[in-house]
Structures are given as structure tokens and as C-alpha cells.
Design a protein around this ligand. Structure first.
Ligand SMILES: [Mg+2]
Length: 335
């Protein structure tokens, strides 16, 4: 089938045909009284829990490039980055809503690949796609995702609860995604592992819930813009400073190998971005329990620094042992 025929398929299918096709891929859920196909979805969250809501906008050539990823993984990532925000509050993901502005050049097959990636990621998180909107875009591909989650009020983890003396931890490894992006921007092909971390991040939902339920942390955030920038949000809202130790930053074997060959990317790895790991602060007396949780879940939880008075700001003890001040700026869309 040539691309013109496929495009015709999409125009023949129409908006309602497309919605039907998406609905047929979604499995039933006990928490959905009314799903795709009515004016509103009607959903249920457990009695006594808070409703968590987050929204993300992904715009072609701003957040992603279609020549760097395939539509299936773009679908997965569109859900994953939103689900990660639920993980960051310690919540359970429940429902997703998807809005898309589809450029004329997109084929029905590509849209199917996108929605199946989105639904696979939702299923992996135990969340259900319950509605959304589709329309034509005269320009680029636009993706707007809203996620709902739930959490009991006593377990909710915000950015403003960190205390002086708390230790700072990060899950998994950092910098993989940023290194892959730097290579893509240079026209290079990233190592498979780095590319996978960039195109198909995993939201840390199970970990976030375990940290929250066991009251292990005082503040938590997911690493979307980069360690310094995201920690900066916790420090601002908790009115603290922090000292980080570069040699303790957890790097993957693939990132270490990359940095051996590309030492100029060291700062990129450090600043990171789009890792979708969890960054949290916790009292030192919880350290044993945190190490135990890491073993139980098979997810590294690494202490990378500690919270200090706001007057000391954010500093990094670099690889040479020199302490230097850090600007906590990550990716600024309006710069
Ligand atoms: Mg976030």
C-alpha cells in the first residue's frame, strides 16, 4: 500500500472511526463506569483517597522528532512521562486522557502504532485510557495527555517537605537519556541502551508507592528537566540548600563507556534530563530501610548528597574534590 492510499484510509475512517478503533484496543476496568464514547468519562477512585491530576503537552520538533523515534515508542513515552508525575507524588495511576492533533502526513498505520504504544504503557501501569480528543493539525503532531491517579492523604509526597540534614537519593541511573539526545542532535547513533532510556523511559510507579506507603521520604520529584533543576524545585519549596557529591552520581555502564570515548559530554550526563527517575529527600535514620527497599525492588537507590541551610545554596563537590556553586537551571522552554 502506498502512503497516499493509507492516508485515504485515515480520511475514510474519519474521527469517529478512529475513536472506535482506539476504543476497541482498550480493555474494561472496574474503575471506569463510563469510558471512551460519551460526553464525559465517569471514573471511580478508592473512597477516602485524593485525586491526583497532571497534564503534559508534547509538540513535534520541540519535545520529540519523528525521524528519531518510531510511533510505537512515541506512544509509550507520551504515557510514561505523565505517569511519572503520579509516581513522583507516591500515587497509583488510574486513568489517562489523550488529545492528539494529527498532521495530514500521518498514516492510519502510524496512528495505530502510536495508540498501541500508548495503551501498552497504560496497561503496564495499571491505568486505563478513558477518553480524549482527536483533530487535524495543519502543522506538526501535537500530543496532550492528562493522567489521573489516587493516593491516601497521609501518604502524599510533595516538594515542600524536605528538612535540613535529610539525605538526597536518586533511583536508577542518570544521564543516559541526555547522552542519547546529545548524540542524536549531533547526527550520531546512540548506544542501544542509551537510546532505549531516551525513547522508552519507565515511570517508577511501584517505587514511588513503596516510598510513600512506608513514609520513607520527606519530599519527592521525578527527574524530567535534570537533577539540578528538579532538585532546585524541592530546595525552593522546602527553603533549603544542598551539597551534592559528583562521584556518587549513579551512571550506567553504557554512560560510563560513552564518557570514556566522549569526555566532552560529562556535563551533559551530570545535568541529565528526561531520566524519569525519582529524586527524594529522607531522614538519615531511614537509610537502612531505603537500602532494603532497593534490594526488594531491584532498583538502585543512591545517596548523592544532603540538604543544608538555604544560605549555603546548591553546591557540587566535583570529581576533583572541589566544591562549586551550581545554577539549578534545567531545560527552559521560554529561554
Ligand atoms: Mg514531574
Amino acid at each position: 500500500m502506498n502512503s497516499e492510499e493509507t492516508n485515504n484510509n485515515l480520511s475514510q475512517l474519519g474521527e469517529f472511526g478512529l475513536i472506535d478503533r482506539i476504543r476497541n484496543q482498550v480493555s474494561d476496568s472496574d474503575s471506569v463506569a463510563v469510558g471512551i464514547g460519551d460526553d464525559c468519562a465517569a471514573t471511580i477512585i478508592p473512597a477516602g483517597e485524593l485525586l491526583l491530576t497532571s497534564k503534559d503537552l508534547l509538540i513535534e520538533d520541540v519535545h520529540f522528532r519523528r525521524d528519531w523515534t518510531d510511533m510505537y515508542h512515541l506512544g509509550r513515552k507520551s504515557a510514561a512521562v505523565n505517569l511519572s508525575d503520579i509516581a513522583a507524588m507516591g500515587g497509583k495511576a488510574t486513568h489517562l486522557f489523550l488529545g492528539v492533533g494529527l498532521p495530514k502526513t500521518l498514516t492510519a498505520t502510524e496512528i495505530d502504532q502510536f495508540t498501541s504504544g500508548f495503551i501498552d504503557e497504560a496497561n503496564a501501569a495499571g491505568a486505563t485510557l478513558c477518553g480524549g480528543d482527536t483533530c487535524r493539525s495543519n502543522g506538526s503532531l501535537l500530543i496532550s495527555v492528562t493522567v489521573h491517579g489516587s493516593i491516601s492523604p497521609e501518604h502524599l509526597l510533595c516538594r515542600d517537605g524536605a528538612k535540613q540534614g535529610d539525605l538526597i537519593y536518586v533511583s536508577g541511573t542518570i544521564g543516559d537519556s541526555a547522552l542519547a539526545l546529545a548524540q542524536l542532535q549531533r547526527g550520531e547513533t546512540p548506544a542501544a541502551y542509551l537510546g532505549q532510556r531516551h525513547h522508552s523511559p519507565t515511570p517508577r510507579l511501584e517505587l514511588g508507592q513503596a516510598i510513600a506507603k512506608n513514609n520513607l521520604a520527606t519530599a519527592m520529584i521525578d527527574v524530567s528537566d535534570g537533577i539540578f533543576s528538579d532538585l532546585g524545585h524541592i530546595l525552593d519549596q522546602s527553603q533549603l540548600g544542598a551539597q551534592l557529591i559528583q562521584n556518587q552520581f549513579p551512571l550506567s555502564d553504557a554512560a560510563r563507556q560513552h564518557l570514556k570515548n566522549n569526555p566532552q559530554d560529562a556535563e551533559t550526563a551530570l545535568r541529565g534530563g528526561e531520566d524519569y527517575e525519582l529524586l527524594f529527600c529522607a531522614p538519615a535514620l531511614n537509610n537502612d530501610k531505603i537500602n532494603q527497599l532497593a534490594t526488594e525492588l531491584g532498583v538502585p537507590l543512591t545517596q548523592i548528597g544532603s540538604c543544608v541551610p538555604a544560605s549555603q545554596g546548591l553546591t557540587l563537590v566535583d570529581a576533583a574534590g572541589q566544591q562549586r556553586p551550581i545554577q539549578s537551571t534545567g531545560f527552559n522552554h521560554f529561554r
